[in-house]
Design a protein around this ligand. Structure first.
Ligand code: ASP
Length: 473
């Protein structure tokens, strides 16, 4: 029998995991699943994360040194940033378009929306936030009873989960305009490497180390380069080995996640989804458009040698992993491998472009943030004007750059986007129930976006060197 390709095995693991979780809900096995299966999923994520930091470090340094000439680096750096920014802005705009046309937030009971609106006006009054549209329900005496009732009954911020996330974001809200640059420069590289979520600091260190190495005389630089390249190889080999177990690990991961969402009542998942169906469908629609229309178009324009089907086939193990881990950082080692080996992108390009992309380029996240903010505004009967929608494009772009490449990071950053247009950040509590599922899909788009940009840059650079698309060492 022909050996089954790895991505098929992973897909099978993924589905078996979901089926297991549903069965375990029916037969009351959730305790077994939580105690004996879920830990393997977490071990898998840990193993991948274990490799991610050193791999980012050595592959960026190796990538820069491989370019050999600071001029090449500058050109590639600019291309990378321009492409990453463009795809992100396209994603946010697409999100805004979909949510403004589909209006998922208006598909609910009018009285509920009215109550929401009153709750919003009460909150704005309490926080001293300006209300931009001219609906003023608090001023209308007809509503007085409802206002009293809503004032008594409402308050999303009682949710513990939301409270802890609010605290997380509080520190970021007070920051000045240059704080994000300040935060990028580590004062201690070893601390940066041990601190979860400070990948930008590691990237900064790797970039400076690599650039400095370019200027060191050849005889001194060579041994360092050899060590860096050798270490990269070792880490890539570790990915290879871990991936052999991926089908089982993904099974355990999915079984754990789905059973955690559903407990011993699998019908609950569908119930959670029901109230937020239109919102979820809008996000999913946008994400699918990104994956199946926008990226293929970009590929068609820039990369002739690869069909989109070929591209998807090459990148699918990374996509499966993004889906099951919800983390671009954990997926990075596999993304690198897929892009280099299956899509035959020059490792000098991918090892520079992909680690930066995993942290900085999150098209799926930015699209979701745009849809979520407008959806939440719609369900509170709030009309956002053009200036506010433009603010959303800007903050969602920045927030997606600032989001760590880990599960739910986009949800935390969504609070900043909500605050930027004067809305209540505690509203993330409303969409929290479906967030994990959407997180899985947006992470797939994040990773696909990185791979698209890396392939395009690989193609353009290879074309310049007179060789089309393949390794040029
Ligand atoms: N989980 C996403 C990622 O790692 C980030 C997010 O949107 O929460 O790419």
């Amino acid at each position: 029998m022909k050996k089954l390709a790895l991505h098929w095995k992973i897909i099978i693991g993924l589905f078996l995991g979901i089926i297991w979780a549903i069965l375990s809900g029916f037969f009351g096995w959730s305790e077994f699943t939580t105690n004996w299966l879920a830990p393997w999923g977490r071990i898998f994520i840990n193993l991948l994360k274990l490799i991610a930091i050193p791999l980012v470090l050595f592959s960026i340094i190796g990538g820069i040194v491989g370019l050999g000439d600071p001029k090449h680096l500058g050109r590639m750096g600019i291309r990378t940033l321009v492409l990453y920014l463009s795809t992100t802005v396209i994603a946010v705009s697409l999100g805004l378009l979909i949510v403004n046309v589909a209006k998922p937030g208006t598909w609910m009971d009018e009285t509920v929306r009215k109550e929401n609106r009153i709750a919003y006006e009460l909150w704005a009054q309490q926080e001293g936030e300006e209300v931009h549209d001219d609906i003023n329900m608090l001023a209308d005496p007809v509503n007085s009873e409802l206002i009293a009732e809503v004032a008594k009954r409402r308050g999303f911020d009682e949710d513990e989960n939301v409270q802890s996330r609010l605290k997380q974001v509080e520190s970021q809200k007070d920051s000045g305009p240059l704080t994000f640059i300040e935060d990028m420069v580590p004062d201690n590289v070893f601390k940066a490497m041990t601190d979860n979520g400070s990948m930008l600091k590691v990237i900064f260190f790797a970039l400076s180390f690599g650039i400095a190495l370019l200027f060191v005389p050849n005889d001194k630089a060579q041994p360092v380069i050899a060590v860096v390249n050798g270490l990269s190889e070792v880490f890539l080999k570790m990915v290879d080995l871990i991936m052999k177990g991926a089908p089982f690990f993904v099974f355990a991961l999915m079984a754990g996640i789905v059973s955690e969402m559903a407990g011993d009542n699998p019908v609950k998942i569908f119930e959670l989804f029901k109230g937020l169906t239109w919102y979820s469908l809008s996000v999913l629609g946008g994400l699918l458009l990104m994956a199946f229309v926008i990226y293929p178009t970009v590929m068609k324009v820039f990369v002739k040698r690869l069909s989109f089907k070929g591209f998807l086939k090459g990148i699918s193990p990374a996509q499966m992993l993004a889906f099951s881990t919800s983390s671009s950082a954990a997926t990075l080692p596999v993304t690198l491998e897929c892009v280099e080996e299956n899509l035959e992108v020059d490792p000098k390009v991918s090892s520079f472009v992909l680690p930066i992309g995993a942290t900085v380029n999150m098209d799926g996240t930015s699209l979701y943030q745009a849809v979520a903010v407008i959806f939440l505004a719609q369900m509170h009967m709030i009309e956002l004007d053009l200036a506010q929608q433009l603010t959303i494009i800007l903050t969602a772009t920045l927030a997606s750059i600032g989001s760590a490449a880990i599960p739910s990071a986009g949800l935390v950053m969504l609070m900043i986007v909500l605050s930027s247009v004067g809305l209540n950040p505690a509203w993330i509590g409303i969409i929290l129930p479906v967030d994990r599922i959407l997180d899985m899909v947006r992470t797939v788009v994040n990773v696909t976006g990185d791979a698209t940009v890396a392939t395009v840059i690989g193609e353009v650079s290879a074309g310049e060197n007179g060789e089309v698309g393949v390794f040029n060492d």
